[in-house]
Write a protein that binds this ligand. Structure first.
Ligand code: EPZ
Length: 430
């Protein structure tokens, strides 16, 4: 099993380029199968979740032509099945986008129930509510979700919770429905906008994405397109907190600074210096980090996907910080691991009370999920001595070339598979 071995204590300094947004790309790949024509997707992050999704659409007959690490051509014209039961698909959350895409195009879909990171109960009732409102029947049997409709007809849908997945899924299903669909209380995340833009480039008529009311005028057919995925705001934010926690200085390139405002605001509050450019941000960590309070909220609030990264950083600040997680109820699983590195954190319900410490010390820990795993890497990079992180498969789901990018800003980190390789790294680094 692969793991990371890290020698911490070195400020991260240098430049890093950000990949395409995983959570936008997953929905965009699903959208690509809604036409017979060729769809070219560029700036696609080369991460495990995307590979699984591409393999699963290949399984149902789509042709994939991998042009380069970050560019694929997808041909949906050869799809011969609407049943997605690919061995690995249950492991990724975004399998649910295949429901919306196949339902929208073929009026019929059967997809294995989604899995994904275990960060709390993750219902899909709002997705189902949306499909039903468009006229589909939905049933769950033997671990599969089955949905079909004679025809899909636009409707007025009010989302009971703000859900990225449900907003996007209903957009997919409604793009070719008859008449107009209005999604109220829609999620406003940049990836919702990116998927709407991509669908519009295929001939859809979607307005209002990025606000809480999305209006979709159904079109009879979608056509091919060439589309480039937006930069990953969570990957960018992860490097920004890595700069803060290691007292480093990182120039984070290929970002949309507007998407990073909540992250930037918190970094300023805790004493970092930020320089903003058109498509880059520079973060300079202070000698002493200040404490703050933060609550995760739907966009434009502070993202839940950045909660572990800020908590790790606040655990090294001066004073008492409070982190409130309002989106997922089980997103503090990394706290026990971090405590073993010397952090002082008490979790009560959805709140973590963090008393800053001067330093972490390295030990053997494991990644409980994707973002928490990345946050623990930041902890290891800031810690004294060696840290070993197991279960890095979670991290590989969503970060492209993570260790390579970290090494390019001076991190001492290696991906190893054996004790022998771990020892070799320790001897080399000293
Ligand atoms: C997406 O998950 C992301 N995943 C998550 O990324 C991210 O944490 C989350 O949005 C919030 O930004 C993908 O895009 C594949 P939601 P999603 O539906 O769509 C509740 C990462 O690390 N809810 O916006 O599953 C839900 O329980 C991750 O990359 C319902 O009650 O999130 C949660 O409390 C992990 N019913 C809230 O809404 C529903 O039908 C927001 O969830 C749907 C959601």
């Amino acid at each position: 099993m692969e793991r990371y071995i890290i020698k911490g204590g070195t400020p991260l300094v240098g430049e890093v380029g950000i990949s395409g947004a995983k959570n936008a790309a997953l929905a965009i790949v699903a959208a690509a199968i809604m036409t017979d024509d060729k769809v070219v997707i560029d700036n696609l992050p080369d991460v495990r979740d995307i590979k699984v999704l591409l393999e699963s659409i290949e399984e149902i007959g789509a042709k994939i032509n991998r042009i380069s690490e970050n560019c694929v051509e997808i041909y949906g014209g050869t799809i011969n099945s609407v049943r997605v039961d690919y061995e690995y698909i249950k492991k990724i959350r975004a399998s649910y986008y295949l429901l919306g895409a196949l339902l929208g195009r073929f009026h019929n879909a059967e997809v294995a129930l989604p899995g994904g990171c275990n960060i709390g109960s993750r219902p899909i009732d709002q997705h189902i509510k949306g499909f039903k409102a468009l006229g589909a029947e939905v049933e769950i049997e033997h671990g599969m979700i089955m949905t079909s409709a004679e025809k899909l007809v636009g409707n007025h849908i009010y989302m009971d919770v703000v859900s990225v997945g449900a907003s996007i899924n209903v957009m997919l299903a409604a793009a070719m429905a008859e008449g107009n669909t209005i999604i109220e209380n829609a999620a406003k995340e940049p990836h919702v906008v990116d998927v709407a833009n991509m669908l519009n480039s295929m001939g859809a008529n979607i307005k209002g994405a990025g606000t809480d009311v999305i209006r979709i005028k159904g079109v009879p057919k979608l056509h091919g397109t060439e589309y480039s995925v937006i930069p990953d705001q969570i990957e960018a934010g992860t490097f920004m907190f890595a700069a803060a926690a290691t007292k480093g200085d990182i120039f984070v390139k290929n970002v949309i600074p507007k998407h990073l405002e909540a992250t930037t605001a918190k970094l300023l509050e805790i004493g970092c210096t930020i320089e903003e450019y058109d498509d880059a941000v520079r973060v300079i960590g202070p000698e002493v980090l200040k404490c703050t309070h933060v609550k995760t909220l739907p966009y434009p609030g502070f993202p839940t996907d950045m909660q572990p990264q800020i908590a790790v950083t606040l655990a090294l600040s001066q004073g008492i910080s409070i982190v409130t997680e309002s989106i997922f109820e089980n997103r503090f699983k990394y706290v026990d691991e971090l405590s073993r590195m010397g952090a002082n954190i008490k979790v009560e319900g959805n709140t973590a009370i963090i008393t800053g410490v001067d330093k972490f010390t390295g030990t053997q820990i494991s990644a409980p999920d994707l973002r928490a795993g990345a946050a623990l890497v930041i902890a290891g990079l800031a810690a004294d001595g060696f840290t070993t992180i197991d279960d890095i498969v979670y991290i590989q789901r969503g970060y492209e070339k993570f260790e390579e990018k970290l090494r390019s800003v001076g991190a001492k980190i290696e991906k190893v598979s054996t004790d022998h390789d771990e020892q070799k790294f320790k001897l080399k680094i000293g």
